[in-house]
Design a protein around this ligand. Structure first.
Ligand code: HEC
Length: 245
C-alpha cells in the first residue's frame, strides 16, 4: 500500500504484474471447478437418503437427524427383502425390534428365522459381501433406530470444513478485495461466505437434534455457493479488464 496525500491507496488489479494475474486466474478457475465437484458429490451421495431420487430437505434431514421412524432391518424386511421372509416371521421380527431387540429373545425367536431364511446370502461364506447376520453383533447394528450422523463424525467433518474453507475463503477474499465495486457490496461479499460456513456447520448440529433445521443447512450452503461464485466471476472479469483511472 502506498500513502498519497495522507490517504491509503488500496491495491487494485491494475497494480499487479501479468504473472500475478495469471496466478490469480488459475487459482480462481480451479477453485470454481472444485466447488462444482463438491456440489456434484454432495448431490450423488445424498440424493437417495430418503429413498427417492433428487436432492430434497428430507435427504439432508436424514443424514444428520436420521430416519427415526424405524430401523434399517425393519425397512429391509418390509421393502427390498420382503420376498425373502414369510408374513408370520416378519411379524415376529418386527415385534422383536419394537421390543428393543434384546439378545435373549434373539436366541429364542430370531436366530432360527435368520438361519432358515437369511443366512443363505447374509453370511461371510456366501461370498456375496453382504452384512453378516450369523451373530447377534452383526444383526444388532441394523436393529437400532437410525439417528443419523454420529457426534464424532460430525465433529470431524466440522473441523475439517472450518479450517479448510476459511483458508480458501481468505485467499479468495484477498484476491476479490482488489476489485473496484461499491464498497458496501464488497464488504458484504467478503463477510457473507464466512458467515454462511459458520451458520451451515452450526445447523448440522442443530439438525442432529431437530430435523427442521435441515432447511437452514441448505439455505446457508446456497449463500456460500452464491458468494463464492460472485467473488470468482467479478474477480476473473476485473483482473483482465480493470484500467488504471
Ligand atoms: C437371496 C439373497 C438374500 C436373502 C435370502 C436375504 N437377503 Fe438381505 N440383502 C440381499 C442383497 C443382495 C442386499 C443388498 C442390496 C440391497 O440392499 O437391496 C441385501 C441387503 C439387506 C439389508 C441391508 C439394507 C440396508 O439398509 O443397507 C438388510 C438389513 C437385509 N438385507 C436383511 C435381510 C433379512 C432380514 C433377510 C432374511 C429375512 C434377508 N435380508 C435375506 C440379499 C438377500
Amino acid at each position: 500500500m502506498a500513502a498519497v496525500e495522507g490517504y491509503i491507496v488500496p491495491k487494485r488489479f491494475y497494480d499487479r504484474t501479468v504473472s500475478e494475474k495469471l496466478l490469480y486466474t488459475c487459482f480462481l478457475l480451479l477453485v470454481g471447478l472444485g466447488y462444482l465437484m463438491a456440489s456434484s458429490y454432495l448431490y450423488v451421495s445424498h440424493e437417495m437418503n430418503d429413498g427417492k431420487p433428487g436432492l430434497s430437505v428430507a435427504d439432508v434431514a436424514n443424514s444428520y437427524y436420521g430416519n427415526r421412524s424405524g430401523t434399517r432391518l425393519e425397512a429391509a424386511i418390509r421393502g427390498p427383502m420382503a420376498g425373502n421372509i414369510s408374513d408370520e416371521d416378519r411379524g415376529v421380527m418386527v415385534a422383536w425390534l419394537k421390543d428393543g431387540a434384546e439378545e435373549e429373545h434373539y436366541l429364542k425367536d430370531i436366530k432360527p428365522i435368520l438361519d432358515k431364511t437369511c443366512l443363505a446370502c447374509h453370511q461371510q461364506s456366501s461370498g456375496m459381501n453382504l452384512p453378516d447376520f450369523s451373530t447377534y453383533e452383526g444383526i444388532h447394528k441394523f436393529a437400532q433406530v437410525d439417528t443419523g450422523m454420529s457426534m464424532s463424525s460430525l465433529l470431524k467433518l466440522s473441523h475439517i470444513h472450518l479450517f479448510g474453507i476459511s483458508l480458501l475463503l481468505f485467499m479468495l477474499g484477498s484476491i476479490f478485495i482488489q476489485t473496484e465495486i461499491n464498497v458496501w457490496f464488497k464488504r458484504f461479499l467478503v463477510v457473507s461466505p464466512m458467515l454462511a460456513v459458520f451458520v451451515d456447520i452450526l445447523s448440522w448440529f442443530l439438525t442432529k437434534y431437530d430435523s427442521h433445521y435441515a432447511i437452514i443447512v441448505i439455505a446457508a450452503g446456497g449463500l456460500l455457493g452464491m458468494s463464492m461464485a460472485l467473488q470468482i466471476v467479478i474477480s476473473l472479469y476485473q483482473i483482465w479488464t480493470l484500467k488504471r483511472p
